[in-house]
Design a protein around this ligand. Structure first.
Ligand SMILES: [Zn+2]
Length: 147
């Protein structure tokens, strides 16, 4: 299964409700399990050091993260991220996204979902069948208790 969405529909794709992440719009979904959500980030990037938006793209790469599961299906979020050069302060930085922390393999939404659901009696094996490895679990736990 593969659904392509026309470019002009991009910013308010009906699939955005599936994704549930601010600033992202769904460009394509494929599946069935995992359900891969191809998305595009449409907000204008700003330099995290000086706030300037006069930037130059230096590098592009794909990021793939585990996202909220839908029923019994795992979802994967895939999008293009950039490395920018700030013309104002001459620094390089990797694009930041709301709901996604640096160097993480899972979105914050997925972590919230894991900790909202009752996990009593759930073994590590149960969690890994949901596509969550022990590493993701411990990173998520540390992150969510820190705040
Ligand atoms: Zn700057």
């Amino acid at each position: 299964m593969c659904v392509k969405i026309l470019a002009k529909e991009v910013k308010d794709s009906p699939y955005n409700v599936i994704l549930n992440l601010p600033g992202f719009t769904v460009t394509k979904v494929s599946g069935p399990n995992p359900l891969v959500i191809h998305a595009k980030y449409y907000r204008k990037p700003k330099c995290p050091y000086c706030g300037n938006s006069k930037l130059r793209k230096k590098d592009a790469f794909f990021r793939q993260l585990k996202h909220e599961s839908l029923g019994h299906r795992n979802t994967v979020l895939r999008f293009k991220a950039f490395k920018f050069y700030c013309k104002a302060c001459h620094r390089y930085f990797h694009q930041q996204f709301p709901g996604i922390l640096k160097h993480q393999r899972a979105t914050e939404k997925l972590k919230q979902q894991i900790f909202k659901e009752p996990t009593q009696g759930a073994s590590q094996t149960d969690l890994s069948t949901q596509g969550v490895s022990q590493t993701d679990f411990s990173i998520g736990y540390a992150t969510s208790t820190r705040s």
